[in-house]
Design a protein around this ligand. Structure first.
Ligand SMILES: Cc1cc2nc3c(=O)[nH]c(=O)nc-3n(C[C@H](O)[C@H](O)[C@H](O)COP(=O)(O)O)c2cc1C
Length: 354
């Protein structure tokens, strides 16, 4: 019977265990959205994860939604990421790059005055943290139909760049109310062209991105993350499990490395059995995330409900999380005040257990 410590093959990548490090934006990149040595140290400290999924990384300039998040759209960034992937591989770790477009979660203050773009001109009902303090999210400009192929191309190019930078694969970020998710869900997509309306139309951008990225680097190096229930970033859907069913069936024909599902809603407003829905229609590797303890994760794998579990906050404060699970060592709590603070504090100074 498999458990968290059983090896697993995800597409082309063989993992030593099923304890995945979830993608975590930490806002430690340097000016120009440049990865750096500090990030290499941080990721190398966590290389005993079966797989590290990197923080959300910009596929193009002009869609920054956090201060100091990294990019993968120019040669300098590719070279800097190579330092990170080399450091992880030197520790025999595996690392995927999460490729991302912020859509309406970006802000002009973070993008030299450039207005954010989205499927429709509907703003997030919240505030964003910027160097000028908290500001309301802006009403985005709805993308022209003719512009959408450029978004798809940018994802393809980012995946190409990720391979040059030495990543084992890429995770397409379709979760948490960013551009792809904004197209998927009915509350943020009121388009009347072939990218809006029916579930098939709302999923069109996602599937075009998956197909372009798979064509570029091979589907067995591609994962997808979705959060069908998460209401973070003002997201909602009329029929989340219907949407998930459609996408799961489509993914089932595409031989991806994995499907990574955030099972619930950060704010507990939207409910449904996402994992059963995915398992019914998708027969590839399923990674689940959100609120798992070691014991619940072990049971979920033993019962074959999922194939692997991603841990987020636990990996922030426990760089040696797999060893702590293996040796029953208590977990250190993470300090939310340093999640996006910048610098070494709360980033590379959480010690491994002795
Ligand atoms: C500080 C922080 C940054 C995050 N950044 C990302 C991100 O870049 N991409 C993403 O898909 N999810 C991101 N998430 C969500 C996590 O990947 C994960 O889904 C969440 O922490 C729930 O998992 P957990 O209960 O194991 O912590 C972030 C969460 C936190 C706390």
């Amino acid at each position: 019977m498999s458990d968290l410590f059983s090896p697993i093959q995800l597409g082309d990548t063989q993992l030593n265990n099923r304890i995945i490090m979830a993608p975590l934006t930490r806002s430690r990149a340097s000016t120009g959205h440049m990865p750096n040595q500090l990030m290499a140290t941080y990721y190398a400290q966590r290389a005993t994860a079966g797989l590290i999924i990197s923080e959300a990384t910009m596929i193009t300039q002009g869609n920054s939604a956090f201060v100091n998040e990294p990019g993968i759209y120019n040669q300098a960034q590719i070279s800097a990421w190579k330092t990170v992937t080399d450091a992880v591989h030197a520790q025999e770790g595996k690392i995927y790059l999460q490729i991302w477009h912020g859509g309406r979660a970006a802000h002009s203050v973070l993008n030299d005055g450039q207005q954010p773009v989205a499927p429709s001109a509907i703003a997030i009902d919240d505030v964003i943290h910027t160097p000028q303090g908290k500001l309301p999210y802006e009403v985005p400009r709805a993308l022209e139909t003719s512009e959408i192929s450029m978004v798809v191309y940018a994802f393809r190019q980012a995946a190409h760049n990720a391979m040059l930078a030495g990543f084992d694969g890429v995770e397409i970020h379709g979760a948490n109310g960013y551009l792809i998710d904004q197209f998927l869900r009915s509350s943020s997509n009121t388009r009347e062209d072939q990218y809006g309306g029916s579930v098939e139309n709302r999923a069109r951008l996602l599937l075009e991105v998956i197909d372009a990225v798979s064509d570029e680097i091979g589907s067995t190096k591609v994962g997808l993350r979705l959060s069908p229930l998460n209401s973070f970033n003002s997201m909602q859907d009329d029929d989340p499990l219907g949407l998930l069913t459609f996408v799961s069936k489509e993914l089932d024909t595409r031989n991806l490395a994995y499907f990574h599902v955030m099972r619930a809603d950060f704010y507990d407003k939207q409910h449904g059995d996402t994992l059963t829905t995915v398992r019914a229609h998708f027969h590839g590797n399923l990674i689940a995330n959100m609120g798992y303890t070691e014991s619940e994760a072990t049971t979920a794998i033993q019962n074959n409900r999922v194939d692997a579990i991603a841990f987020g906050t636990d990996f922030i404060s426990n760089p040696d999380l797999p060893q702590r699970f293996a040796r029953d060592i208590a977990l250190a709590p993470a300090d939310p005040n340093t999640f996006y603070l910048g610098g070494e504090e709360g980033y590379i100074d959480y010690p491994a257990a002795s």
